[in-house]
Write a protein that binds this ligand. Structure first.
Ligand SMILES: [Zn+2]
Ligand SMILES: [Zn+2]
Length: 277
């Protein structure tokens, strides 16, 4: 029995990550169509049959697809979202209502922990982003052998709120957005409004913001458990994996932290990140 984490896809072209704990599979976001998710799962030795729950961070279209909601319904997989996500999903997709009628939609509330199964607890933390509301998740579990584990996941946020710093203390794996290099963003030639949106407090985290957030988490953790940092949601136009990785690795080396850095890709699943052997 083990606890593992993979990103399946990360970026504005679609987001999904798989957390597996003692055989229980959780997809965080389903922003690819169901066949592409099946391909990505197959590439790491899994399939839709291994998915037991789906969590939604927010209603932007790179985090859910109607085709995946249809698949979730056919497979009777519980779908966890905030009640305020429902109108936006309903407006753009026909599969949400059948999912709800099938009794598969479960609502969570900001900062209130809920159970996915008797051994896995999820706490949704509200983060600033221009799709209201957007959440990061702290996920805590206990293996059948009695070992505790924790994951922090936040993929779209303009800045890191204080509550997230508190919630993500003492996690074993932290998956955090490293969206853009600020200089590349400013010089991107994109419309001014778009640049302001991305850089703003309700946009996306830069490499520097995310690196400083990880630094603070490492420095404030009394007994640091953090072993994996996963860089999420890199911009295709305004970031490069090498820039994001170098920025974070420099900080990790400065702190001499025993942390392995992984940079998520839009086009292929990550390596298997083992949280509990
Ligand atoms: Zn996104
Ligand atoms: Zn978003």
């Amino acid at each position: 029995m083990s606890v593992t984490f993979h990103t399946l896809a990360s970026g504005s072209g679609g987001n999904s990550a798989l957390l597996r704990a003692d055989g229980f599979g959780v997809l965080i976001d389903v922003g690819l169509d169901e066949r592409l998710i099946a391909h990505r799962l197959a590439a790491i030795g899994f399939g839709w049959r291994d998915v037991n729950a789906v969590l939604l961070t927010h209603a932007h279209s790179d985090h859910w697809t109607d085709l995946s909601l249809g698949q979730i319904r056919r497979l009777s997989v519980p779908f966890y979202c905030h009640p305020d996500h429902e109108p936006a999903i309903n407006r753009y997709g026909g599969e949400f209502e059948p999912l709800r009628k099938a009794g598969l939609v479960f609502s969570f509330q900001q900062s209130i922990p809920f159970l996915l199964n008797p051994l896995i607890t999820v706490t949704p933390i509200r983060v600033p982003h221009d799709s209201e509301p957007t959440f990061g998740f702290r996920i805590d579990g206990l293996t059948a052998a009695g070992q505790e584990w924790s994951v922090g996941y936040a993929s779209d946020l303009g800045e890191v709120p204080e509550e997230l710093f508190t919630a993500f203390r003492e996690v074993d794996l932290l998956a955090l957005e490293f969206n853009h290099d600020e200089t590349m963003q400013r010089n991107s030639g994109r419309p001014r409004r778009l640049i302001q949106r991305v850089l703003g407090a309700a946009g996306h985290l830069s490499n520097t913001q995310a690196t400083e957030a990880v630094r603070r988490l490492l420095m404030e953790s009394p007994s640091p458990r953090l072993r994996h940092v996963v860089q999420l949601h890199l911009s295709k136009d305004c970031n490069k994996p090498l820039i994001a990785a170098t920025t974070a690795q420099k900080m990790i080396d400065e702190l001499k932290a025993p942390v392995r850095l992984t940079t998520a890709s839009q086009n292929s699943p990550s390596a298997t990140l083992t949280i509990v052997d």
